[in-house]
Design a protein around this ligand. Structure first.
Ligand SMILES: [Fe+2]
Length: 270
């Protein structure tokens, strides 16, 4: 039986899991401990994994149900629940703060990234605690967004979405700007800055500056975690209370490849 240890990373949030092999069965009690650790720490870094795509998928199924991702061309043919995140094939680093797949009615509760190829330097992923992000807002901003509804679509200008992806996944979805986490009961700021193309009752041109202004208030060094990747790292983040971004400041001549799984979430509620 595996007995992994879970150690906080020393910053505001985040924990490291060592001594866990995702290829091997995990006792249900340990699965419960890991899921609780994700709720408590928002981000879990599972070290030293050596996985095929199918092993990655099966290991992650301990945390929830893998959900099909909306770029068909980037799914791995041998395991379609796993998608590639790569700085090639017109895919740009997701440098803006966001939570994933908000164009879905039931967006993913968690995003899991697995480092496969890394640049010699840089290529970090940054995470931000959005419980704290909500608390960081001024009273005026907090009151203003309390009942706001975002209107979410796939980015109109992304070259990585095929027509079929849009037909299947771009119907437009409304989400609350402030959501209550279904497991912790705590409220968090919730939006995807390039998918929230509208806000109910707001002029379209005003939306992006408004969202950028909220991010400026919400995201501070004190509620941010910078993850410097090691090959073999599997990083799980709770999308219901965290945002993330890729740091694009690395040599783009070098390939950076992550495998990604997303886990089915609930419909966000205020
Ligand atoms: Fe993302």
């Amino acid at each position: 039986m595996q007995h992994p240890s879970i150690n906080t990373l020393g910053g505001a949030f985040g924990a490291e899991v060592v001594g866990l092999d995702l290829r091997q069965p995990i006792d249900p009690e340990i699965v419960g401990t890991l899921n609780q650790a994700l709720l408590d720490n928002i981000v879990l870094v599972i070290r030293d994994q050596d996985l095929t795509a199918q092993e990655f998928r099966d290991g992650m199924a301990n945390f929830g149900d893998p959900m099909l991702q909306h770029r068909a061309a980037f799914r791995l043919p041998e395991c379609p629940d796993v998608s590639r995140i790569i700085n090639r094939e017109k895919m740009r680093p997701a440098a803006n703060w966001h939570t994933d797949h908000t164009n879905h009615e039931r967006p993913p509760k968690a995003t899991i990234l697995y480092a496969r190829k890394l640049p010699a330097e840089g290529g970090d992923t940054c995470f931000s605690d959005m419980y704290a992000g909500l608390d960081n807002l001024s009273n005026e901003s907090r009151a203003e967004i309390e009942d706001m509804i975002t209107l979410n679509n796939m980015e109109p200008d992304s070259p990585t979405y095929a027509a079929g992806d849009r037909n299947e996944f771009d119907q437009g979805v409304r989400h609350p700007m402030v959501r209550t986490h279904p497991e912790t009961g705590k409220k968090a700021l919730y939006f995807h800055v390039t998918k929230a193309l509208g806000i109910e009752g707001m002029e379209t041109n005003a939306v992006r500056p408004f969202l950028d202004g909220l991010l400026d208030q919400a995201i501070k060094p004190e509620n941010t975690l910078r993850h410097h990747w090691r090959l073999g790292d599997v990083v799980i983040s709770d999308n219901r209370c965290a945002m993330h971004r890729a740091d694009p400041n690395y040599d783009q001549a070098e390939e950076r490849l992550l495998w990604r799984i997303i886990l089915q979430g609930d419909r966000p509620v205020k």
